[in-house]
Design a protein around this ligand. Structure first.
Ligand SMILES: [Zn+2]
Length: 685
């Protein structure tokens, strides 16, 4: 493993820190914390932690000796000064006299001794840092180290691999007990470089930031060398068989890993998927005793809250046998849920009861010949689960190459999965109504599409922005957030629509809500209009919607969790305007199309609804067009825009809210919502 320490960068961060009163030690603590955090072979997503023993001036102007330690759950790669809160060291050290300190009391004591009472909670491993005497301490879950120590004879392998430079602390759950055990082992063995925390990770220390960091890199390099020297040549039988594509598999996996909400009829608890065609995972699935390996457990106690203790492993999806795969996938997912619930009941009883069961759905799914999926209530959580699963496959592969993978016990995994301090890392999240759902919007770069995508994202959905203008859709996606996805889609081209929905299935696992919004207006007196214009309008304003709905239905039927098709119909469908036939006639057909979908797919739980909007400033109704129409009618632009019963201008946001309402109204299908400020001639009858 390479050291990324650069004198130039270290000096720059010291100089930068000096401007805001940060001394060199603290600046370098931030620097090497970031260096460690940036390497996914060392830590992943909020795992690992670092500390510095130093002094600060507290709120009373007194100089106090403190432990600056990473805040719980903070991401080392992006650590800032606030991510290393300062705790009075003396108070923490006095706790060593106690036999035990409960988790809640410990957090309370740590908080009471923060020099800044508003600082974040210190790491769950704070006491380990406090008890060890060294100025700088680094702790990671390095993949290569885990491969050496996640073994039945981990202690022996540790002695061989690190030549006595690290002392071995047997597994204990993180917290006060582990901290006491670690300092006992340290004082007895007096290792030169650090500690191994059995089945958990590695600690290195030093008098300077660089020393602790370089020791971490050095020890991981020793672990890598040990693995290279001791690996048995593993010849995995290569199975070259034809699989179904991931675009066909994803919706099946996603549907199988969903649960009917018990309290709300028609609602599902859904997850978002993140797919990886991970070589390590594909290879590992070919291992002869993969059945033993897959159930063996996690590589470090940091992971159960993200991945659960085992992945769901599905059968091989042989090409041409998708129905068989779907059936087997649903059965396997059911079995997983039953197993998880039994596991929870068993260990909840053992640990005295009173725990609240997490949802029993898998967070990692392996599909032989295809790859792995991370699952989560958000795309971000799904990606974290996938990252950890990839690392798990890499670490376990090496573990098996030099011995036999052994994790902590199931009881130990339960204790960390349901440890209140670990649960806190996930944050107290109030879930939004569309959490776990995927919404695709066509014509997303336009005014109504853009407002609709924003409204769905703000309500918790993952959004996909489809537009023929990819650059414009990207701009909207970037403004919404890092997981919003822009996809090029020309709804007048069947291949483009199929490809776009394939991209959605691969990127998120499927789709639940489709807002079919793309459209454009053509004019002409119907008896005289060129047939080519009418056909052009039908291509976009009718067939465009049909293609999108068809592609969505295919995915929704594979998921088997219902869905929602929403169409932008326009008031022209019920209240045609003069010389507007080329636009109104296909829109009237679209209204019929919506009703046909509601009728044909109601039994599958798929709803279809429409919004009749009128007079919205957009690509259809440009500023110039508004000027022209207002002039033609001899009214001001404002009066033209509020020419309705309520005398209020209707906006793209109003239309977005109507779509959102339809998506949330689980008992409403074949309905039309009119958003036009009131126009009695356009009222539905
Ligand atoms: Zn740890």
């Amino acid at each position: 493993m390479q050291s990324w320490w650069l004198d130039r960068d270290a000096e720059a961060i010291i100089a930068h820190g000096a401007k805001s009163g940060i001394d060199a030690d603290f600046a370098l603590r931030i620097y090497t914390t970031r260096l460690l955090g940036r390497d996914r072979k060392l830590v992943l997503h909020g795992g690992g932690n670092t500390s510095l023993k130093t002094h600060v001036v507290d709120a009373f102007g007194e100089k106090v000796v403190v432990l600056r330690v990473k805040a719980s759950g903070a991401d080392m790669a992006a650590i800032e000064p606030e991510g290393l809160p300062a705790v009075r060291l003396e108070a923490l050290r006095r706790l060593r006299a106690r036999d035990d300190v409960g988790d809640e009391e410990l957090v309370a004591i740590e908080r009471a001794n923060l020099t800044d009472p508003l600082a974040a909670n210190p790491s769950v491993e704070t006491m380990l840092h406090a008890f060890l005497p060294h100025k700088f301490i680094d702790h990671t879950h390095a993949t290569a180290v885990l491969s050496v120590i996640d073994q039945a004879d981990g202690e022996k392998k540790c002695a061989e691999a690190f030549g006595g430079r690290l002392a071995y602390v047997p597994y204990l759950m993180p917290g006060f007990g582990l901290a006491k055990k670690a300092i006992e082992v340290f004082e007895r063995a007096k290792p030169s470089d650090g500690l191994i925390l059995g089945k958990h990770g590695i600690v290195t220390f030093g008098e300077t930031a660089r020393e602790a960091y370089e020791r971490m890199i050095g020890m991981v390099t020793l672990a890598e060398g040990f693995i290279a020297r001791n690996s048995r040549a593993v010849v995995a039988a290569k199975r070259v068989r034809d699989t179904e594509p991931v675009t066909a598999i994803s919706p099946i996996v996603r549907g199988a890993c969903s649960l009917k909400e018990e309290k709300i009829e028609g609602a599902w608890r859904r997850l978002v998927l993140d797919f990886r065609a991970s070589d390590a995972a594909l290879h590992l699935m070919n291992a002869e005793d993969f059945e033993r390996i897959r159930d063996a457990g996690v590589i470090t106690p940091d992971h159960p809250i993200r991945t659960k203790n085992w992945p769901l492993v599905l059968p091989f999806p042989e090409r041409g046998k998708l129905d068989d795969f779907a059936k087997a996938a649903r059965q396997a997912a059911n079995d997983f849920v039953v197993r998880y619930r039994t596991y929870f009941t068993r260990h909840n009883k053992r640990s005295g009861g009173g725990k609240l069961e997490l949802d029993p759905l898998p967070r990692v799914v392996f599909v032989p010949g295809v790859g792995l999926f991370g699952l989560g209530r958000t795309k971000r959580d799904a990606a974290i689960a996938a990252d950890i699963a990839e690392t798990w496959a890499e670490a376990v592969t090496d573990t098996e190459a030099i011995g036999k993978f052994e994790s902590i016990s199931e009881a130990d995994m339960f204790d960390v999965e349901y440890w209140p301090l670990e649960q806190k890392k996930l944050g107290v999240r109030k879930e939004l109504p569309l959490a776990g759902q995927i919404a695709a919007v066509t014509g997303a770069a336009g005014a109504i599409g853009c407002a609709t995508a924003r409204a769905f994202a703000a309500t918790g959905a993952e959004v996909v922005l489809l537009d023929v203008n990819l650059a414009a859709a990207r701009e909207v996606a970037q403004a919404i957030g890092p997981t919003a996805l822009a996809v090029a889609c020309d709804v007048t081209d069947a291949a483009s629509v199929d490809e776009a929905f394939g991209t959605i299935a691969e990127a998120f696992g499927g789709v639940d809500i489709v807002v079919s919004n793309a459209g454009a207006a053509w004019q002409g007196r119907i008896g005289e209009v060129d047939e080519a214009i009418l056909r052009k309008s039908f291509e976009l304003n009718f067939y465009g919607h049909q293609r999108v709905a068809q592609a969505a239905i295919k995915i929704m039927l594979a998921q088997r969790t219902g869905g929602c098709l929403l169409f932008n119909v326009s008031k022209q469908a019920v209240n045609p305007g003069p010389d507007f036939g080329p636009y109104g006639v296909p829109k009237a057909a679209l209204l019929a199309l919506m009703r046909q979908y509601a009728l044909d797919y109601g039994a599958d739980g798929i709803r279809a609804n429409a919004v009749n909007a009128d007079r919205i400033r957009s690509g259809l109704l440009t500023e110039d067009f508004v000027k022209e129409r207002a002039k033609a009618r001899g009214v001001s632009e404002k009066d033209y825009m509020i020419g309705n019963l309520l005398r209020r201008e209707v906006t793209a946001e109003d239309v977005a809210q109507a779509f959102l309402h339809q998506a949330l109204a689980l008992k409403t299908t074949a309905a039309v919502t009119t958003v036009d400020g009131g126009n009695i001639a356009a009222a539905m009858r």
